[in-house]
Ligand binder design. Structure first.
Ligand SMILES: [Zn+2]
Ligand SMILES: [Zn+2]
Length: 233
């Protein structure tokens, strides 16, 4: 199955204003994708509408969010159950410092309805760290039956390899996001214990033209096993 599970909507201040629900889903269809996830920074505010538009246009959808930990590491977290995703969203809100977004500096944080109309702007700056450690974020995500990905694991900004220099063995993440095979081999070489982990390639698109056009499929057997574990746990 071809997926792109890390796309930003215009609710993320750093994403283009034309990242509307319909534009995202239609571009994903052009790219031949079967399932997507929009992971905005530190909020699941756009998720209900995203899932609704995806359903209407016959695109698979998994609820998502990209959380920035106090260590400034980005984690993408996925949910299958909307009410549990909203419990996690409420927890995030409690732990996001109340700093106002400066639109001129960071960009718009727009919320859309099912018709791609702007219904509101989020006032609190979303592009900052929540005041919680990676461990706490992962624990809370698992309590809400979410699964956790180490986002863009080797990027120069906000990746675990840049912020910490390594992946701690005790960290209970579920999958790892890489940009390419070279990154995967590099991380594997440094962490030989990382055997049975799901590696995933996502676009982290902030612009429509960046949405995934990779040819490879996700390992669907491992993807399903992660959810079985999440629902058991
Ligand atoms: Zn990121
Ligand atoms: Zn991102």
């Amino acid at each position: 199955m071809r997926v792109d599970l890390h796309i930003h909507s215009a609710l993320s201040p750093c994403a283009s204003d034309d990242m509307t629900p319909h534009n995202i889903v239609n571009m994903a269809k052009i790219c031949g994708l079967e399932m997507i996830s929009v992971c905005d920074h530190n909020t699941l505010g756009q998720q209900r509408v995203m899932a609704e538009v995806a359903r209407k246009l016959d695109m698979g959808y998994v609820y998502g969010v990209e959380v920035q930990s106090i260590e400034e590491v980005h984690l993408c977290i996925y949910f299958q159950d909307y009410s549990r995703a909203m419990v996690f969203d409420a927890w995030l809100k409690e732990h996001l410092p109340l700093i106002r977004n400066d639109v001129r500096y960071f960009g718009n944080q727009w919320l859309f309805d099912e018709a791609d109309e702007v219904v509101a702007g989020e006032d609190v700056l979303l592009l900052q760290s929540v005041n919680q450690s990676m461990e706490n974020i992962i624990r809370k995500a698992h309590q809400c039956q979410g699964i956790v990905s180490l986002a863009h694991v080797c990027d120069k900004a906000n990746s675990i390899m840049t912020q910490l220099g390594f992946i701690p063995r005790h960290l209970e993440f579920d999958l790892i996001e890489v940009k390419n095979q070279v990154q995967k081999e590099m991380v594997q070489q440094l962490h030989p214990w990382l055997k049975e982990v799901l590696w995933i390639r996502n676009s982290d698109a902030h612009y429509l033209q960046d949405i995934d056009h990779f040819e490879e499929d996700i390992d669907i057997r491992m993807w399903k096993a992660l959810w079985r574990d999440a629902n058991d746990g």
